[in-house]
Design a protein around this ligand. Sequence first.
Ligand code: PLP
Length: 437
Amino acid sequence: MKNLFEQYPLINQLVSLKESEWFNPNTTTVDAALPYVGLTQADVQDASDRLTRFAPYLAQVFPDTAINGGIIESPIRAIEAMKSQLESQYDLPIPGKLLLKMDSHLPISGSIKARGGIYEVLTHAEKLAIQHGLLTLTDDYRQLDSEEFRSFFSQFSIAVGSTGNLGLSIGIMSAKLGFNVSVHMSADAREWKKAKLRSHGVNVVEYQSDYGVAVEQGRKEAEQDPNCFFIDDENSKTLFLGYSVAGERVKHQLEALDITVSKDQPLFVYLPCGVGGGPGGVAFGLKLAFGDHVHCIFAEPTHSPCMLLGVHTGLHDQISVQEIGIDNKTAADGLAVGRASGFVGRAMERMIDGYYTVSDSTLFSQLQTLAKTESIQLEPSALAGMKGPFVIYQQIDYLARLNYSNKALKNANHLVWATGGGMVPQTEMEKYLTIKT
Ligand SMILES: *Cc1c(COP(=O)(O)O)cnc(C)c1O
């Protein structure tokens, strides 16, 4: 361990809990990086097609998805007033547009987990129904909304370990289809999320310890039941693909806003990172959709910098923040993860430009500023990306490495991925909005 601190001096700074950043000098082009992912454009297309097959069913059982034809997607919004406010706070002008990807307002579960979590449940349901001869790919999937199907799915169970939002997505979707579902929740999971799950008929199992323990216990319980499917947030390629469908959709959304991505106008995307599946999957989709001129940067709490630590040291899931003396305690409950996914770090490290940490106090301060300037209310985790543009414009080496013209850097656009908050109860939100920062 002493050696590790000597070999990677940055770890000392992480341990000091100061806001830090690391921009990886070993990133490569998309083409060179793709073989390490082990997944392709065809896999993303397959996921997209599956979501299209389920869309009529989703539109029927979740009426708030009906206006979008059962496709679970969120808007992109320019946040000019927030941008001006941040520019004066940081005393740094940011050229280009500051855009917000509002996964906070995704239907069904109000967070980025409505992408991966719901997709994995649908994939499992489809597989079971096809295996048992109840469904074919060309059927009208609205038939899943029936007593026959609910009673079929009730013979099977689904389990997941979660800090909250993944549990919400998987719990609500599984229960709707008729599955028996257990959500193993870590100590930092919010009470209201547990209550909401119980109201949907989900079995909530509570732990006094952190996310890693909740996942392990969930995995163990599931192993004892051959009819139980354990959704593995740390290693699931299915979850990852559910997130990756966002890439192509963002491309269409930006086209509609007349925003192009090219060597003359790069796009920087700032993604809050917990275990890594959400931001990793989205980044994979974005790289496939846009190529080398989209740049993805991961943001983590100062108390939970697991992905930065794992990629920087090359140890990935072989090291936790606790092992270097960091407590993994943060108000950003969606990001309170001490050990990163080994799959995501290894698959995506060549395509992620950089990683930075942000303190809880910055998260709350920006949460409040966004509410004031734009009337958009998010949960703390969802603000992690907001500081991103102000981080990168101070990275002289990184910017030089990118090798863009000054004009291109001035034309760059910035997309902050707002990952959750749409379903936070008002009483809880009041606390976020009034907490001293
Ligand atoms: C889960 C979550 C993330 C990060 O996703 P990971 O897959 O854990 O990296 C970010 N923000 C919110 C609000 C989340 O719930």
